[in-house]
Write a protein that binds this ligand. Sequence first.
Ligand code: F6P
Length: 559
Amino acid sequence: MNAPVDPTSTPAWSALTAAASGFTPDLRAWFDSDPGRVERMSHPLADLHVDLSKNLVSDEILASLVELAEQTGVAERFAQMLAGAHLNTSEDRAVLHTALRRPAGQAPALVVDGQDVDTDVHAVLDAMDAFAERVRSGQWVGVTGKKVTHVVNIGIGGSDLGPVMVYEALRPYANAGIEARFVSNIDPTDMAQKTADLDPETTLFIVASKTFTTLETLTNARLARDWLWAGLQASGAIDGSDAAKTDAVAHHFAAVSTALDKVAAFGIDTDNAFGFWDWVGGRYSVDSAIGLSLVIALGPDAFRDLLAGFHAVDVHVATTPLAQNVPVLMGLLNVWYTNFLGAQSHAVLPYAQQLHRFPAYLQQLTMESNGKRVRWDGSPVTTDTGEVFWGEPGTNGQHAFYQLIHQGTRLIPADFIAVVNPAYPLEDGGRDVHGLFLANFLAQTKALAFGKTAEEVEAEGTTGALVAARTFPGNRPTTSIFAPALTPSVLGQLIALYEHIVFTEGTIWGINSFDQWGVELGKQLALQIAPAIEGDADAVAAQDASTRALLEYYQAHRS
Ligand code: F6P
């Protein structure tokens, strides 16, 4: 792998540093003096309309940012990724989530490290479709011959956040009478509550784990198995024999993993198991077999449409000049705010209730990818990296944290995401409620950009100290992403957009966005501390003073 370019050594970085010094953005003046700004800074991205005009950049700054992408080799590295180069240097792996959504039969075939990637991907997709159709049609039945009504995905991180986010976003497409649920947390509350009203005879569990070693997922899978056995025995559906239990697992468990040997060791029939490959990172895996619960609940057609949306954006990134390349431009804007204007976080504000888990999904995608302090060659990064991504759907967020975005002291760039046509077009006394919702989206981006001056406040009759309190400074940057409707394809486009924003930023910073060593230490320590929780005196003694004191509190208050 090439050594990363130090972005701070590029001519573009110097130009941007100069531009940032004494920078006084003025969106009001820029809009007044430049009638072409909106058109120039609005871009199509497949079905999305992306308006960058309310960002704090001039054409010159944008041009320097594009030069930064050129001088750090963003396009070249993207091409390397598509071709199967081992960009994940610390694990010596290719990074090929884009291959998961390549249409069948593309030429030339993608062969990486001796693997015919396209053939393998489509074989798994076809097997998922066939399995899902059996479940959806009722051909697949539980141990007592009943059709599945609930699919429970057991996974965590990338094996949970993608499926649950997509399911929530596309619920209107769930058309087979099958509800999906998602258990992730090892807090037993999660399993207890999600299964409380379920019938074991009509429940299908999917254990989703890339490694099939994750403590939370395997613990929850065992809890689910015990729940299944206990429920079936209680109703007299099965006896307590090993054979009956094995048969019950065969009818009520499927699995998704790269480690099919471990799936078999758990007792799940590998005929009900779907594989993927080490070149798919967990947070990039919703479009792999990890999406099995979605194929079952939403249907194969919706899932294929989702994949087509991803692919459309992959093609855009690979073929569009950087100056019109939407994910690259959005990644560059994030670099501008982070490295030159001092922003530390980035809000994602969907004006679509169905996207209520999208910010949570993006938190793993962005922060597990780019929350790094060393570059892909092991050397320290040369700049700040990795914004904190956060958000809530509008309009809920308006009544919670927008105050700080409008009038606080911090710069918080925000992405607003909205769709024209709602899934549920309700009216309130003849008034289109979704139209009212969208009026809020437009109002917020307008207020953030243009604010309200003291003169305008005074003109409304306000005087004295209240004037300052009621003044809005404006120049709060936003990007507006608008789509005709939240179809599966549009959702795929949105996810791929953010995947490639992450890629752009990671490349500029010199980061391997595809490993996650930062989650390992806590996992190791949890395994060491577990015996101490169970009262092992040596394990308690091995802890630091604070941990020992917390363990004492735990033992003293245990009921
Ligand atoms: O949190 C670390 C992590 O490895 C994520 O990257 C991953 O998505 C998650 O754990 C779950 O891992 P697995 O799918 O192997 O159970």
